[in-house]
Ligand binder design. Structure first.
Ligand SMILES: NC(=O)C1=CN([C@@H]2O[C@H](COP(=O)(O)OP(=O)(O)OC[C@H]3O[C@@H](n4cnc5c(N)ncnc54)[C@H](O)[C@@H]3O)[C@@H](O)[C@H]2O)[C@@H](O)CC1
Ligand SMILES: [K+]
Length: 462
């Protein structure tokens, strides 16, 4: 996993104070990382338009113009006059070289957005909105310097943002690039070193971006003397919408659970490898409950929730006060934004709209897991947030392929399967969430046709 930071000003400051690196040195590395990226990846391109604002994001752009001058046909466009000390210094340097400054926007092969970086601190004015709109309409390769202009430090987009193909961010990865809203704009994210290796530049953090290598698949080869019970017995509680439970059960079986039973009072038509029981199994090693639950017998659900067995809770239960009784336990919750808003209200943490939540996902996820430090929260979304106590992990592999009924039930099944096999809650949540998104990524047919069973098939091939 890679470290994530809410802000890097303090890391820059440490470079000045502890390592005696000047702002000029840091900026030179920022610009030269962008220049190297462009030269390595776009050898055949000819023209580059660099669009600059008045601060140090603009200064990065001016420095880039100097570094690529003569290697490409470079033009600088200024949204506003160079104001910061560094941008004036950089401007002085390019003026001496004779870099072209233009007042027209044109479809260069590459456009680099250096209008606003981490200093964006107020809503965009009409002229900035119009500028970004025009840039977005151009059919060029689009690179954002540090962060696409229009996204603020919290990862919010108040009006519009630059739609980049690549964001080259300075020094370290920031949470602002991994909000659900930002996902529409950031493209591929690269980190530019600022004159130090990342492990030196970066300090401690409690937030991490997950990588493929963080997925720990069930490994059976270490257990030669095994039987089906060795790999756990999952009980999936099926409610009114039985399909949800059955999807979860199938996913769980495909992800390594030794035995999977669906708990349901009515007779179900299940595949031969999934068992049915009317009540919880004696030897059950994990419980999945909530998906498709609908109307239920309160007493029965209370009994199930009171069991001292690893548990994942989903969907309908986030609207029920019953859930308050288990939030002190080591359980996993997998709400989507609407369900999480309902849960925050039930817990007296906040009464907010989905929009407010989506604009502040990290904040509310942390608020919740700080209040309930034993709970592992899996907050669904374009970038899934997984949080326990004060630690936060982001899974950014999700895509719209997964925006389908049943995808959430597969996720619940995968998590439950790992729980049943003995994974710790946080490990089960991380590995299952990665498996879920990477399986969807591996589905190559098209963007629209994935159904839960396809997803399970892809999980089996991971
Ligand atoms: N501090 C450092 O050592 C480094 C900074 N770097 C760059 O510096 C950037 C931050 O620079 P700054 O702090 O100067 O900030 P920015 O360059 O992001 O923007 C600040 C400027 O824009 C104005 N502004 C903010 N919101 C506006 C709005 N809505 N409409 C119009 N004007 C607005 C501000 O008044 C200010 O003049 C980073 O994003 C990064 O690109 C990099 O060079 C790496 C090193
Ligand atoms: K920018």
């Amino acid at each position: 996993m890679k470290k994530l930071f809410d802000e890097v000003n303090s890391l820059d400051k440490r470079c000045y104070e502890e390592f005696a690196l000047s702002e000029d040195i840091l900026m030179e590395h920022a610009a030269s990382s962008m220049a190297s990226y462009i030269q390595e990846n776009y050898k055949d391109k000819k023209s580059i338009l660099i669009v600059c604002g008045s601060g140090n994001n603009g200064a990065d752009g001016i420095a880039l113009a100097r570094l690529l001058f003569k290697a490409y046909d470079i033009s600088l466009y200024f949204y506003s006059k160079a104001k910061s000390q560094m941008s004036q210094l950089q401007l002085n340097r390019v003026n001496k070289l004779g870099v072209n400054i233009t007042d027209s926007l044109y479809e260069a092969d590459i456009i680099v957005d250096c209008i606003f970086g981490s200093g964006l601190n107020k809503p965009l004015k009409t002229d900035a909105i119009e500028l970004i709109e025009k840039l977005n309409d151009l059919n060029s390769i689009k690179i954002a310097c540090d962060i696409p202009s229009g996204i603020n430090k919290k990862g919010q987009v108040l009006s519009i943002a630059f739609e980049s193909d690549i964001t080259i961010t300075m020094g370290a990865l920031k949470t602002s690039l991994f909000t659900d809203v930002a996902k529409e704009y950031v493209g591929d994210i690269k980190v530019a070193n600022l004159g130090l290796q990342r492990e030196v530049y970066e300090t401690q953090t409690n937030k991490y971006l997950l990588e493929k290598e963080d997925m720990i698949l069930p490994l059976r080869t270490k257990k030669h003397n095994s039987h089906k019970g060795t790999f756990g017995h999952l009980n999936v509680i099926a409610g009114c919408k039985k399909g949800a439970g059955v999807i979860a059960a199938k996913a769980a079986f495909g992800f390594g659970a030794g035995l999977v039973s669906v708990v349901c009072h009515e007779e179900l038509d299940l595949p031969y490898h999934i068992m049915q029981t009317h009540f919880l199994s004696e030897n059950c090693t994990a419980i999945a409950i909530g998906m498709g639950l609908g109307k239920y017998d309160k007493k029965e659900i209370e009994d199930i929730l009171s069991k001292d067995v690893p548990m994942i809770i989903d969907a309908d239960l986030f609207y029920e006060e019953l859930i308050l009784d288990v939030l002190h336990k080591d359980i996993i919750l997998t709400p989507h934004p609407k369900e999480f808003c309902a849960l925050l209200k039930l817990c007296n943490i906040a009464d907010i709209s989905i929009i407010e939540l989506q604009d502040n996902r990290f904040y509310y996820a942390s608020l919740f897991t700080n209040k309930y430090p034993n709970v592992t929260l899996v907050l669904k979304g374009a970038n899934v947030i997984i949080s326990k106590a004060n630690q936060v992990f982001v899974n950014s592999f999700g895509s719209s392929v997964l925006s389908k009924g049943g995808s959430g039930d597969v996720l619940s099944g995968l998590i439950a399967s790992l729980l049943a096999q003995g994974y710790k809650s946080i490990d089960a949540a991380i590995s299952a969430s990665l498996a879920h998104t990477l399986a969807a990524k591996a589905y190559k047919k098209n963007d629209y046709s994935l159904i839960p069973s396809d997803l399970v098939e892809e999980v089996k091939k991971l």
